[in-house]
Design a protein around this ligand. Structure first.
Ligand code: ADP
Length: 170
């Protein structure tokens, strides 16, 4: 069976991510979308919330699983028994970091290969941080994320506003 993992923060999942997920799912028997629990970032959504959102928006793609992991992507890939890591490329600005990560992962786990899918042009500008920023200023994010996710983003920002005013997210 050909399996791949698609790791990322997905804070929150966008239509750009979903486009990559759909296309990668056609290439592999099983695609595991893996939410990285990164202790260095202060996310808007918890790992569980991000996993649940991904499960909801991917529920119609039968060969997609959603999971969470911490630590090195190469270790997680080995643990999952897959040698393919999927990443999306939007612009040249993504390239340097992605190349460095792909080479690092191959150094750590020589059997692992990173497969890059280039973004569909309509989503080339789109990132989770853009979604968070537009929503934080009251803008409409329905172009960027499924409406299920949009509702979660607005609800979360509302909760945060009342709970912890003045906090910024990266
Ligand atoms: P990370 O923090 O690991 O970069 P992200 O959730 O921001 O996590 O992105 C996960 C992957 O999806 C990365 O490879 C990123 O380049 C890719 N990606 C993000 N947004 C898009 C998009 N609009 N089109 C294509 N790929 C994207």
């Amino acid at each position: 069976m050909a399996c791949a993992i698609y790791p990322g923060s997905f804070d929150p999942v966008t239509k750009g991510h979903i486009d990559i997920i759909r296309r990668a799912a056609k290439m592999f028997d099983v695609l595991t979308v893996a939410v990285l629990n990164n202790s260095e970032k202060t996310p808007l959504f918890s790992v569980d919330e991000r996993v649940n959102m991904l499960r909801e928006v991917c529920k119609e793609i039968p060969n997609v699983k959603v999971d969470a992991f911490s630590g090195l992507t190469a270790d997680y890939s080995k643990q999952q028994g897959t040698d393919v890591i999927i990443r999306g490329l939007r612009a040249i600005t993504d390239f340097e970091y992605e190349l460095q990560m792909a080479q690092t992962n191959r150094k750590i786990l020589p059997s692992v290969d990173t497969v890059f899918l280039t973004t569909s042009l309509e989503y080339a500008y789109l990132s989770s941080s853009i979604v968070r920023e537009v929503a934080a200023y009251g803008g409409d994010i329905h172009e960027f994320v499924p409406s299920y996710v949009a509702q979660k983003v607005y609800a979360k920002l509302e909760t945060k506003k009342h709970g912890q005013s003045g906090r910024t997210y990266q």
